[in-house]
Design a binder for this molecule. Structure first.
Ligand code: TRP
Ligand code: SF4
Length: 325
């Protein structure tokens, strides 16, 4: 199966990206032909007014991919804006979607509300999911690893593929979302992990800082005193245990100890930190071993491979639509 997924370069990747997406990407590359990219044009839809960090953020995101185990020898790792064919396909697709359909996509309203301090009335922001459809279909991808919130974009992609095929002949497959089985990692304050909430752990976060932040992380508010019993299900630290603690005995020790107040939160978090260290140390080490030039080489080579596939699709598309000049 051909797989494609991407992330917007809005800043350094965090541990939530690792648990929620990258671990799954790494697994998928063993069995499938995978395309993983940085959606820098998508970042413009909300970040059009300040692009100073676009290039450095793009490099950090690729660094994060590779540090997490995405292997540029196995997967095609590339940058969206280096493959101009996405923009050409986006233009053609934009004829096949109504404005009303795009206005009704849940993410459109949600992000507008979340970022109400910003003017998001542009054509570009409205058409964000059309560009995403082009990203997916230009590689004839059949599987799209995404979070729950992005399923509506894959559904739109299927509609566009159907409509294109209906008007111009069978060209595109209808891709499926691939949802990760691992639950989303909460932020350090229990809300959704997001840079704008200042509740993240960056992928290359120094260990001393991880320790400090995890020990300060919110826990079940019922455990005001050491002797008060709690419930892991009301505790963000438990979300981290589920992601990083692999031993069933240790997980049972947490549940049992928390509910009976046999263990304290500091003890619980010390155990968690032990398990996080095992995962995060090698990733940070790898992260810091790359220079920006190493990353440029990966991006250039990956984008060259991506262009070949994308151009092949566009030749079919131009022929199907009778754009032959
Ligand atoms: N919209 C995705 C996100 O915010 C990023 C993205 C852009 C993407 N193009 C894509 C994801 C194509 C999967 C496939 O997370
Ligand atoms: Fe959370 Fe562990 Fe404290 Fe229970 S003991 S509230 S799971 S940190």
């Amino acid at each position: 199966m051909r797989i494609l997924s991407g992330m917007r370069p809005t800043g350094k990747l965090h541990v939530g990206n690792l648990v929620g997406a990258l671990n799954n990407w790494v697994k998928l590359q063993e069995e499938h032909e995978c395309f993983y990219f940085v959606a820098d044009w998508h970042a413009l839809t909300t970040g059009y007014d300040d692009t100073k960090k676009l290039r450095s953020n793009t490099i950090e995101v690729i660094k994060g991919f590779v540090a997490s185990g995405v292997d540029p020898e196995k997967s095609v790792v590339f940058v969206q804006s280096a493959v101009k064919q996405h923009a050409e396909l986006h233009l053609i697709f934009s004829m096949l979607v109504s404005v009303g359909r795009l206005e009704r996509i849940p993410t459109y309203k949600e992000i507008k509300e979340e970022m109400n301090y910003k003017d998001l009335s542009s054509v570009g922001f409205l058409a964000y999911p059309v560009l995403q459809a082009a990203d997916i279909l230009i590689y004839m991808a059949e599987g799209v690893p995404v979070g729950e919130d992005q399923v509506c974009h894959v559904e739109l992609t299927r509609e566009i593929a159907r409509r294109f095929n209906y008007y111009y002949g069978e060209v595109f497959p209808e891709p499926q979302p691939i949802l990760s089985e691992v639950p989303r990692l909460p932020g350090l304050d229990g809300r959704k992990m997001s840079k704008s909430y200042n509740n993240i752990l960056e992928l290359d976060e120094p260990w001393e800082s991880v320790e400090k932040k995890v020990l300060k992380m919110v826990t079940d508010p019922a455990r005001k005193r050491r002797t008060d019993p709690g419930d892991p299900n009301n505790c963000p630290a438990w979300g981290y245990h589920k992601a990083f603690t692999t031993s069933q005995d240790e997980l049972n020790w947490v549940i049992e100890g928390c509910k009976t107040a046999k263990i304290g939160c500091v003890e619980c978090k010390r155990k968690l930190l032990e398990n996080m260290k095992r995962v995060l140390d090698p990733i940070r080490e790898k992260y810091n071993s790359f220079t920006d030039n190493d990353i440029m080489d990966i991006a250039i080579e990956g984008s060259r491979k991506a262009r070949e596939v994308a151009e092949e699709t566009m030749e079919k598309v131009r022929k199907a639509v009778n754009l032959l000049f």
